[in-house]
Design a protein around this ligand. Structure first.
Ligand code: ZN
Length: 459
């Protein structure tokens, strides 16, 4: 009898060890429980925080992975994933929960690649930007594609049409001169956006994010900015015009990294559509105003793409495991892309941080700024570049830089105080995380001249 019992217990244990991970849809309470479960399993490399609440008061929880959770380490880039912005597009939400469990487990298993990723990167995961919409969609369950219950938030607003429109401002500046990055928010912007959008904008402004992806469904393609075409008109929203950013080659590469690491996205034929390489410029698919990815690029240092991950927006539970296996490598490889290009410190002669210093790359009309600790990150493809650092009251400094595939090139700038400065009291602000130094008119002129030079980057 005891032998039988022992055999039974042994079998039970064996079953437990080899039982596959269960894949199921997570309602809000289940999602929160899962995040805390991961945090409890990996307390030293994770942190949970809320960026705000939905219309119905649900917290928008973020799970952070880092070797020092809660702390920005200079020269360690910040990256984010956002899921479930459209409440009925649920695959991204489930994939981000799977990814969270995977990162934790593999770190515990001492997987070298994952350990290195977590040690060198601060990863922020927001599995659901629209928890109210999700609950409405989940009440209906998996359903016919195209049926839109739960797409919008509880105020019936599409959150991916709810960000301030900075494209129009940028297109004007491209022609007439003016800032090419960190375009300011309109006055009273808070009153013009939904609570979920406001929370995400404040989140974007409080971290110096470098790279991001926004996970959707209804197609299978990696979509890169701009989403809005310069000729976008409300009545002609279905017009299709390729609308590239100044960083078009880089965005195409980022999108391809995802599509080619994905199980089938790169094949191009999916859900009755064809996208060569499984990627598309947003506006060349359909023009969309007030979207999140354009806003990331125009208002912050962050390069965001939009990942459409499933034909059926609410796949059946049985499909989740296949989807996870199809996306797992792509989700990891995309995070690793943040370790490309150049990065470094911008400091004065006394080694003080020049927060908000502007980094310009000759031939690319899109600057980035240094963060709170004076560190900057500039994603670039391999090639040779002329890079200039500027800060008000300091002489600009230009370096020729070679970017290799693989690791980012470290380029520090030590700026000298300008002797001819008009106002000696003026110095770079060391203000809050959202504070930025506006590009000076002098820089804009220089960039206009620089644009005429041949870009010495890759063809
Ligand atoms: Zn969507």
């Amino acid at each position: 009898m005891s032998d039988l019992l022992s055999a039974f217990l042994h079998l039970l244990l064996l079953f437990k060890l080899v039982a596959p991970v269960t894949f199921h849809h997570h309602r809000y309470d289940d999602l929160v429980r899962t995040l805390y479960k991961v945090h409890n399993q990996c307390p030293y490399i994770t942190r949970i925080y809320s960026i705000g609440r939905s219309v119905k008061g649900r917290h928008l929880y973020v799970l952070e992975f880092s070797d020092y959770p809660g702390i920005h380490e200079a020269l360690e880039p910040e990256v984010k994933y956002v899921g479930n912005m459209h409440g009925d597009e649920v695959l991204g939400r489930e994939l981000l929960l799977q990814l969270s469990e995977f990162l934790c487990e593999e770190f515990r298993n001492q997987n070298q690649r994952i350990t290195r990723l977590i040690q060198e990167t601060r990863i922020h995961i927001l599995p659901s930007m629209n928890p109210d919409g999700y609950e409405a969609a989940a009440n209906k369950g998996p359903k016919i594609p195209g049926h839109l219950v739960g797409r919008n938030n509880a105020n019936e607003v599409d959150l991916n049409r709810n960000f301030p429109d900075l494209n129009t401002y940028f297109y004007y500046n491209e022609k007439h001169g003016g800032p090419n990055h960190h375009l300011p928010l309109p006055d009273n912007w808070e009153s013009q956006v939904e609570p979920e959008t406001e929370a995400v904008i404040r989140w974007m402004r409080s971290f110096n994010f470098v790279l991001s992806a926004n996970l959707h469904g209804g197609a299978v393609v990696a979509n890169y900015p701009y989403d809005k075409s310069p000729g976008h008109r409300f009545r002609n929203a279905h017009s299709t015009t390729n609308s590239p950013t100044p960083d078009d080659k880089l965005f195409r590469k980022l999108a391809k990294v995802y599509s080619y690491a994905h199980g089938w996205m790169h094949q191009g034929w999916n859900c009755g559509d064809y996208f060569p390489d499984g990627i598309t410029n947003g506006a060349s698919w359909y023009s969309l105003s007030k979207g999140m990815q354009d806003f990331n690029y125009l208002h912050t240092n962050c390069f965001e793409i939009t990942l459409e991950l499933s034909c059926n927006k609410f796949p059946r539970q049985e499909e989740l495991q296949r989807e996870w296996l199809g996306n797992r490598e792509a989700l990891i490889q995309f995070l690793e892309q943040v370790h490309h290009g150049i990065k470094g410190m911008v400091l004065d002669e006394n080694h003080h941080n020049l927060t908000g210093a502007v980094i310009s790359v000759s031939g690319i009309n899109h600057d980035v700024t240094a963060g709170e600790q004076g560190d900057y990150f500039r994603l670039l493809l391999p090639g040779t570049y002329t890079v200039t650092a500027t800060a008000p009251g300091f002489d600009p400094l230009t370096e020729n830089v070679i970017v290799h595939p693989g690791k980012p090139t470290l380029v520090n700038f030590y700026l000298k105080r300008s002797i001819t400065q008009v106002n000696p009291a003026k110095k770079a602000p060391g203000g809050g995380q959202g504070s930025r130094v506006k590009a000076q008119p002098r820089i804009t002129k220089k960039k206009d001249g620089a644009r005429k030079q041949p870009h010495r980057g890759p063809a």
